[in-house]
Structure formats: structure tokens, C-alpha cells
Design a protein around this ligand. Structure first.
Ligand SMILES: Cc1cc2nc3c(=O)[nH]c(=O)nc-3n(C[C@H](O)[C@H](O)[C@H](O)COP(=O)(O)O)c2cc1C
Length: 197
């Protein structure tokens, strides 16, 4: 089942994706729901090797810094985790939310501006499932400072970073989340997250 097979992937083969595949995935993400039909997602494909390396170095530094705040016991297993595949994945895509888009006339977002960002997350999830359905893997990288990424990629000021994504063929598919396999955090039973009032 697609939702059970979907994984966050950090280990990629390096072979490139063909342009037609990338275009079809982007077209599928465009089908996501959005507040006021504002479609505020902005996908920036990082094609420059220098920009990619700058992003990877930045993420590495943030990973190290986050580890320093952890208990010694947690840090030992944390440092063994791989938290991004930006050096290997054939596609690195920065996803922004255009907080100033006039598309959709502000419907809904005037009352709840955060729904624009929610819409971008839905587009990412749509892309995630569409990629998996084609045997591709997607990894969500959040171990970065949003302002640093926006500055590096020189996007308009109104664009807020939602995610950095790595996309490509996974080294190997797996039905169990990597963090669960490595003993960091298992998926909870759904009953743990449902209550009644
Ligand atoms: C908002 C968000 C941010 C995430 N950030 C990272 C990240 O920086 N590095 C990473 O390796 N995984 C990241 N993940 C992936 C999660 O670790 C992963 O979804 C979770 O462990 C469950 O595994 P699964 O997606 O394979 O089911 C992120 C996922 C989400 C939804």
C-alpha cells in the first residue's frame, strides 16, 4: 500500500532522473489542495554544484550543533544517523511558500495566513507519494536555517522556506522508517494519537 511504502529516504543512487519524470512529478504536486486555490508552493531546483555543497555543509553544521544539546546517551545514537542525502541525490529541491501571492485573492488565508504553508506541505506530500509510486525516494531535510537557505538561493523576501527535498532512486526500498530501524523512534500505534472528549 502506497502510504505504508512511503519512506523518508537519505541513501540515494547518484544516477540522474530524466526531465520528463521531474516534470510529471511537478505537475502532480500542482494538483494538491490549497487555501483559496492560491497554489503558493514555489519549487527551486538546485542545479549548481556549489550551491548544493553549501547547503550540505550548512546542514552538517546544524546537525552537529543540534547534537551538542543532547544527552551523551542520545548523542551516541544521534551521531550515527544520516539526516540528509544532499551530496548523493540527483535532485535537490528547495520548497518555499509565497506568503505574498495574489493568486486566490487571499480567500481563507486572510483569516488564517498559516494555511498557505499548510498548502505547501500538502503539495510536498503529494510529490512524496507520487515519487514513491514511481519507485523513487524523497527525503525531507529540515536541519537548516530557513533564512540562510533563502539568502543563499536569493529568492524573493516574501518566500518562506518550508523544506529542502532530496529526490532520486533509493539505494534500497524499505517498509520500516529508518529512524525505527536504527532504534531512534518507532511509529506509534494510531490509538496513542486519538482521543475523545
Ligand atoms: C517536517 C519534516 C521534517 C523532517 N526533517 C528531516 C530531516 O531534517 N532529516 C531527516 O533525515 N529526516 C527528516 N524528516 C523525515 C522523518 O524523520 C521521517 O518522516 C520519520 O522518521 C518517519 O519515517 P518515514 O517518513 O520513513 O515514515 C522530516 C520529516 C518531516 C515531515
Amino acid at each position: 500500500m502506497l502510504l505504508a511504502w512511503r519512506r523518508d529516504v537519505r541513501h540515494f543512487r547518484r544516477d540522474p532522473l530524466d526531465e520528463q519524470t521531474v516534470a510529471e512529478l511537478m505537475a502532480t504536486a500542482q494538483l494538491a489542495p490549497s487555501v483559496g486555490n492560491s497554489q503558493p508552493w514555489r519549487f527551486v531546483r538546485v542545479r549548481s554544484a556549489d550551491l548544493r555543497e553549501a547547503l550540505a555543509l550548512h546542514a552538517d553544521a546544524e546537525v552537529t550543533q543540534a547534537g551538542e544539546a543532547m544527552s551523551e546517551e542520545r548523542r551516541a545514537s544521534y551521531s550515527a544517523l544520516k539526516l540528509h542525502g544532499m551530496r548523493e541525490a540527483p535532485e535537490v529541491i528547495a520548497v518555499f511558500c509565497d506568503e505574498a501571492t495574489p493568486i486566490g485573492g487571499g480567500l481563507g488565508a486572510a483569516t488564517m495566513p498559516e494555511t498557505r504553508a499548510f498548502s505547501v506541505v500538502l503539495a510536498i506530500h503529494t510529490l512524496w507519494l507520487a515519487a514513491r509510486a514511481r519507485g523513487l525516494g524523497l527525503g525531507w531535510v529540515s536541519v537548516v536555517k530557513a533564512d540562510y537557505v533563502a539568502g543563499l538561493l536569493q529568492v524573493p523576501q516574501e518566500w518562506r522556506l518550508i523544506a529542502l527535498l532530496c529526490l532520486g532512486h533509493p539505494l534500497e526500498p524499505d517498509v520500516v522508517p529508518e529512524l525505527e530501524r536504527r532504534g531512534w523512534q518507532a511509529r506509534l500505534d494510531w490509538r496513542d494519537n486519538v482521543s475523545e472528549r
